[in-house]
Design a protein around this ligand. Structure first.
Ligand code: UDP
Ligand code: MG
Length: 316
């Protein structure tokens, strides 16, 4: 099978029939063999009924219905598990992504050898203040942190080699960082294609401004997990030790000041009169705590059943 098209959806009943017709037209024109996998993420509208109608006239349609709304990442995760096509496409259900982009995305994976190609909504038809500007800032941060030079990390329209989706685990709200997950799993040929973006015709966006707060927090979790997840002591142990050392030097200084005054028969100041005393307690307490966090983290990662799971690309 050439293509698996994965479409997560939450209350998008009106968009589904035109989206399906459009995809089918593109597939037939290009003579692709394909499957369309709809993941109904706990919709409360007629989406599931519409999908049933589509399924009854076309066997290429497959669908999963969640009992409740879990979110876009869990929906993609289940779609990835089912996918069978050589190239996997993900796209939003709201008609903002154009199926006309699929043949070129397919070609880039098949012929140019990309592991993953992400869409880039260069000209975007969303609200400037709530979406476009925050998205630019967010993408700039993501580029810095992840080292992946994409303009639009969170574009819903993406193409993957089948191998990629079978070896990454999207969870929580990590769909925003799939290219980073892929990179961390060892798939480094990540490309970008400018794609046509369209106005939302029906319904409304499912993500509000909280996406940016959560997005940032997730980015830093991923960064730390990737960098120190397997050896927490390298981060916490190092900084804990440095802080403890500063505290230790401060306490020696406090003692030295006291002894100096006593030896010279001068009235010695109280230890609480010098700032070194306060530096010493804070640093030593914080340092010990950080060190212990690192040690506990190390114990946790050591008892993780997946501690020795590696991505083996080939064996001879
Ligand atoms: N979506 C989903 N579960 C959710 C939220 C969104 O499956 O909990 C789907 C939604 O139906 C759409 C896609 O994810 O197909 C992108 O959502 P939306 O268009 O609201 O995001 P935006 O384009 O505003 O970034
Ligand atoms: Mg949308």
């Amino acid at each position: 099978m050439d293509l698996s098209i994965i479409i997560p959806l939450f209350n998008e009943a009106e968009s589904l029939p035109p989206l399906y017709d459009w995809i089918k037209r593109v597939m037939d024109e290009n003579k692709f063999s394909y499957e369309i996998i709809f993941i109904n993420d706990g919709s409360t509208d007629d989406s599931w009924k519409v999908i049933n109608d589509l399924k009854s006239k076309d066997d290429c349609v497959k669908a999963i219905r969640f009992r409740r709304n879990y979110g876009k990442s869990p929906a993609l995760f289940c779609g990835f598990e089912k996918a069978q096509g050589d190239v996997v496409i993900t796209m939003d259900a709201d008609l903002q992504d154009s199926p006309d982009e699929i043949p070129e995305l397919f070609r880039m994976i098949k012929e140019d050898g990309y592991d993953l190609v992400s869409g880039w909504k260069k000209k975007r038809y969303d609200n400037t203040f709530t979406k476009n500007i925050p998205s630019k800032i967010y993408n700039a941060t993501a580029r810095k942190v992840t080292g992946i030079k994409l303009h639009d990390m969170n574009c819903g329209l993406k193409a993957y080699r089948l191998d990629v989706v079978k070896h990454i685990e999207v969870y929580g709200e990590m769909h925003r960082y799939i290219p980073y997950l892929a990179k961390n799993a060892g798939f480094s040929k990540i490309g970008e294609k400018v794609v046509v973006h369209r106005k939302r015709e029906f319904g409304k966006s499912k993500f509000g401004l909280e996406r940016f707060v959560n997005g940032y927090l997730d980015l830093f979790s991923l960064y730390f997990l990737n960098k120190f997840g397997k050896q927490p002591m390298h981060f916490f142990g190092l900084w804990g030790s440095i802080m403890f050392l500063i505290g230790f030097i401060a306490i020696i200084t406090v003692g030295a000041i006291k002894i100096y005054h006593l030896c010279n028969h001068m009235p010695a100041p109280l230890v609480t009169d010098t700032p070194y005393f306060y530096i010493a307690i804070t640093m030593m307490i914080l340092g010990t705590q950080m060190f212990l966090s690192g040690f506990v983290g190390e114990l946790v990662s050591r008892s993780n059943v997946e501690r020795n799971k590696y991505q083996i690309a080939e064996e001879l």
